[in-house]
Design a protein. Sequence first.
Lengths: 180, 600
Amino acid sequence: MPPEFEALGDDDLVLRARGGSEEAMLELYRRYRTRIMGYAYRMTGDRTLAEDVFHTTFLYFFQHLERYESRGKLGAYLFRIARSAAVDEKVAGRRSREGPAPPAAKSRVESPSAEGSDADFSAKVREGLLKLSPDLREVATLRLYDGLDYAKIAELTGVSEATARSRMRYALESLRKHLT
Amino acid sequence: MCERFGDEVLLDHVQGRLSPEVALEVEQHFAGCAFCRKAAGQLQALSELSRTAPLEPRAPVDQAVRAAISAAAEERRPRRATSRISLPVVRRFRLLRLLPGRGSDPLIVAAAVAAAVFILVTLLAVVIPGAPPPAAVKERKGPAETLVRTPEPERPRAREEERLRTEARVVELEKKLQAAREEVDRAEAAKTLELKRKAEEEFGKLAAEFRATQERLRQLKIHDADPEGEAPKPQAESARTTATAPLAWLDRVEGDVRLSGTAARSGAEVMAGQSVAVGPRSRALLVYSDGTRVELGPDTGVRELGARSGADGVGRWIDLREGTLGAEVAKQPAGQALAVATPHGEARVLGTTLRILVNPDPNQGMRLEVTEGRVRLTRAGDGKAVTVGAGHYAVAAVGVEFIPRRITELRARRAVYFPAAGRNAEFQAPMTPGRFYAEGSLSGTPVYSPSPTYTVNGRVTGGWVAYAIDVPFDGEWYLWGRFYYPGGSRVARHSDGTDNDPNSFWVSVDGGDEAHFGNLRHDDQKRSYFQRWHWGGDGTAETGLPVPVALGYLPKGRHTLRVRERESYEAGDARLAPRLDMLCLTPDRDYHPRDEDVRR
């Protein structure tokens, strides 16, 4: 990748992409592929479905570059496309024969539950997250797993900070009820 | 249960975001508090458990996306003059991933078959009549495309130069548009109306030039793809934006309506490229020459209106940024729908009666209601489309199911009213229902706090009233109250001479942060709301006009709303205490409660 592309901001890359620059498009893809894949997986809980969401998101983005309004919020825009695609997957009731991706690293934290094993607790956490509505699951995963603050979550999800905070509160209540 | 540190502080602690001093304080607290220790342990487990290494898409998916990128880039690059059979349907089919475990979508298969038939018919039409093209070379480009390259004709240098200049100008205008848009946003944020008006004017001019230049580039590219066709005639003015005849007229103007930043009056002509801004409590009615009527409601912003040739199925179009639009659309010529574009989707209308509401918040999105006819609504996020028929509505918003629903279902959910002293109310003294100033109330027993002299748990309080409410579905909810303020400078003053005009409560939901309830900020507006029953909500709104309190996101289910006294007033004169008569809960930010709706 030409070094000058790596130094460009997202909006400048989008401008060049609109002019047909494949390098600009590939740089945008490189920047966001991991985040979109991680987000899609957390929203669907299934790797194959997450890959469908991932593919749909980038396909739509690059085929309709003009629909992005350049305001320095490309991440939020891509998350919105991914979110719509994830909701559609859920509405369509699609199921994959493949299950979740195995964790790459075993957690060092002991389960706070005295009764179950780590694997049981892990499964319960996953279950609890998937039971949340997409709104709550989105904020909970961005806060718990990505460690983002509410200003960033608000920017990515397009809601106010107050809404993000209240969604997190309800998400934690629901998770706690599910785990006890 | 320990309330020393909430979940947010504990989460910041386990994720290492606290300052060293606060982190130490939390750790010291853990030593003596099993509850917080356990809560922190749970949060740490939630944060770390199931965290996987950065997840990457598998190779076939990654390759499919990269192929899509190459194809998209190729589409956008200027083409050489070659005869080419373009197969967009088949291309999409090739890029869709088909991993083991997924069946083929029958629609995709049907599309591929149709495309194959199209290829065959087109090839036959090209190849069979007459001799083959001179020096024709068939070049296999892949499973979905075949190029038949003919010797490149001599392209007039002037047209090539014009195309390059036009492309460069499009890029330049895009940047200028972006800057102009940012200037409008800055002026709006700084509330400098004159600067905003100028910025909007500048934006409108740039937008008009941008669309004209884009149209010219499109014509040049069409000619490049089909050099045997008629050469595009250079147009001094684009049909889209610079027609001399007006596009429509402002048949009716009520209140604050601005045309490209300038105050407008009834009868004003609306030219293509202009913007329309409708202020609070204002309305505007646009009428087109074919009788199409478009009504713009309060707080509505139309960035631009225009008309184009219909090459993409659209004739007249309206770029609606936010607010409410109602339309009775006369039957449009075939292939020239009236299009209403919003940040969340686009509706195309050939002849119908409809209503569109747009909220800039993508989670609220765009709502389309169709009274007569049918409207094709395309969602901006992913390009999906639905057809909305008469008596139905659809919402294009993040996280909302994109299907048509019957309108009666929507209207049934618009608002829930309940009395302030109803069966679901629980009181903490001295807050009480009473009959002072009940005349004019709808419930007959508005609630108030007669005196802040009660002591509860050692604290002087004016009491509160709490409501158990059942929220029927997840979403953002808003609260209105029906109030009466007996006070004001005409009634009483404090001992220091200031107005004794208590006019607010506190409201909170589920023990969360309290918000002003009923207070109105601007002095001139405050005066007008004393000594009369009125609906109000968030009195801190800058406009000074009634807007609801935003309760935020509430999941479906049972919640507790609590209204607490806020004003302390000397002498504890119960006659001056603000009254709360009714409450109105709604998921619709634009809904304004009416007494008639309560009485119904």
